[in-house]
Design a protein around this ligand. Structure first.
Ligand code: FAD
Length: 500
């Protein structure tokens, strides 16, 4: 008999799990509280513009990349996309020429040689760590392992070269800088801090070296970051297409309010249909939660395992995002503008800690804006709790952040008032409403030494037949990360089904 699976949430993690399981013959129902799928990687439309909500660039679309492999396994075409070259143009404090992350390896090597003289040995070491870690990840290890099967998968993914990375396993990126006597190179340090924070949520002093090496190595050939034709929504559309084709079902505007547990076995969920207000219980053999670990604990209520409560208490604070979405005339964009730029920036005024404005510019005819217009999306990190304070004048604060972001963007783009056709902003409160993520936190749990890889949160939960996918679990943030976690959960569920 086919097993039944409920998936809570149709983000990239949930949709990928659902589509793969449906293809394997499972009966799958996905409950999504929003009116569209895709979560942080979805889109919205305003006045002829299509805006990517959160994610704007995609890793893993190259042949052999995780998205490409999953689309191939599902029998759907990989969406059209172009590699970003440079992947990003990074502007350090007070500088008017960017550091360009070229896709071509030699060109990037030349760039870093010019920008950071004397640092080549550091970069070579990062490249080697990346290559080894990448091969390891490609063999589908289950991290962190929670039973003998998971451990066996990890051990099977090991090769002699993997062991070479062990001495680096407890180092941060700054530790490696120290090793090469580069800790005093302030430009290099600032560049690393800016880039790493985008992927690991923390700067070089906290980012686990093995993760940092991967994040910094992904932009180059044969990998790369891609700009999707149409919008980010095409990723979810393809996954939905595969799911529907195989008979899986998605219920939009259906919020899961509770995960039902008997003893230590998960049996189903309580769902609220947000259109009719009706509540019902749905049972299944497995429940896959595409939610943050904070939300998983809420959905379990008093049935949440103590280990989770403890882990949550010890987790470092999560990040939120402030995002501004502009629809502008072409004239606002300088000629030959790269698709992604990053500026050192602090929305609270003085630069207290490393924060940046990460900017994505739509390309002509990429489906996001009518001819003669572009979309310009800029995001910065923000402390989520700040936006939930009772005494905060929320509208005023949002407007203040919007004006500061426009002022910063105005140093590079020509943002005179008649060039801006549409302007809208999202705060953690917006993300909480749109994606149902606890306090609107985004990204995963961060990639510090105590939260990355073997020290992260497992997709196998302490409750039987309950699984966690998405950016809270290994290998972390991003649509590619969520897809890896989905593949892991599918593998675990299939193994589990074979045992019974
Ligand atoms: C501003 C910003 C920029 C980013 N840029 C990039 C980028 O350029 N490239 C990149 O790869 N990544 C980027 N990311 C990260 C990336 O978007 C996420 O890591 C990834 O999309 C997360 O996918 P997910 O499946 O884990 O979860 P989510 O996207 O959070 O999806 C979870 C889904 O579950 C639904 N849900 C939650 N709770 C319930 C419930 N109780 N009942 C029913 N449904 C529920 C939500 O509505 C949502 O649709 C960015 C994120 C942000 C916020």
């Amino acid at each position: 008999m086919h097993k039944s699976v409920i998936v809570i949430g149709a983000g990239i993690g949930g949709l990928t799990t659902a589509a793969l399981l449906t293809k394997e013959g499972y009966g799958v129902k996905v409950f999504e509280q929003a009116a569209v799928t895709g979560g942080c990687a979805s889109t919205f439309r305003r006045r002829g513009f299509t805006f990517d909500v959160g994610a704007t660039q995609v890793a893993g679309l190259e042949p052999g990349g995780i998205h490409a492999e999953i689309f191939a396994a599902l029998g759907v075409d990989c969406p059209a996309a172009i590699p970003c070259d440079p992947a990003c143009a990074v502007y350090l404090a007070g500088e008017s020429q960017p550091i360009s992350l070229w896709r071509d390896r030699q060109r990037w090597q030349q760039e870093r040689h010019t920008q950071f003289p004397g640092s080549e040995a550091f970069w070579q070491c990062l490249d080697q760590l990346f290559a080894i870690s990448w091969r390891f990840q490609g063999r589908n290890p289950i991290l962190p392992p929670r039973n003998l099967y998971d451990l066996g998968q990890c051990v099977a993914a090991l090769r002699p070269d993997t062991l070479l990375t062990v001495p680096y396993g407890l180092m941060t990126v700054t530790d490696l800088l120290r090793f090469y006597d580069l800790q005093g190179d302030r430009r290099l340090r600032q560049f690393l801090d800016l880039q790493l924070k985008l992927y690991s949520q923390v700067d070089a002093s906290e980012t686990a070296l093995l993760y940092g090496a991967t994040a910094l190595g992904l932009c180059q050939d044969p990998h790369g970051l891609y700009h999707l034709q149409g919008s980010m929504q095409v990723l979810s559309d393809r996954l939905e297409q595969a799911l529907n084709h195989q008979g899986g079902e998605i219920f939009l505007r259906h919020s899961v309010e509770q995960i039902q547990v008997q003893g230590d076995l998960v049996t189903g969920v309580r769902v609220k249909d947000l259109k009719s207000g009706l509540r019902f219980v749905e049972t299944a053999d497995h429940v896959v939660a595409n939610v943050t670990i904070q939300d998983l604990v809420k959905l379990l209520g008093d049935r949440a395992p103590n280990t989770y409560q403890q882990r949550l208490k010890n987790l470092p604070p999560a990040s939120g995002a402030f995002v501004i979405y502009l629809g502008v005339k072409d004239e606002a964009i300088p000629p030959d503008c790269p698709p992604h730029l990053q500026f050192l920036y602090n929305p609270q005024g003085a630069i207290a800690e490393v924060n940046s404005l990460f900017v994505s510019v739509s390309q002509p005819e990429d489906g996001r804006a009518p001819p003669g217009y572009r979309t310009l999306i800029a995001s910065s990190f923000t402390e989520p709790n700040h936006w939930w304070q009772n005494q905060l004048d929320y509208s005023q604060e949002k407007e203040l952040y919007t004006q500061r972001a426009i002022a910063q963007l105005g140093k590079f783009f020509d943002l005179r008032p008649d060039h801006i056709i549409h302007c809208e902003a999202a705060t953690p409160r917006t993300f909480a409403r749109f994606t149902a993520r606890d306090r609107g936190i985004v990204g995963g749990i961060g990639q510090r030494l105590q939260t990355f890889g073997p020290f992260g949160i497992a997709s196998r939960t302490p409750l039987k037949h309950l699984w966690l996918v998405g950016d809270s679990v290994h290998p972390g943030e991003g649509t590619a990360g969520a897809s890896y976690s989905a593949r892991t959960v599918v593998q675990q569920i299939q193994r589990n089904s074979r045992k019974y």
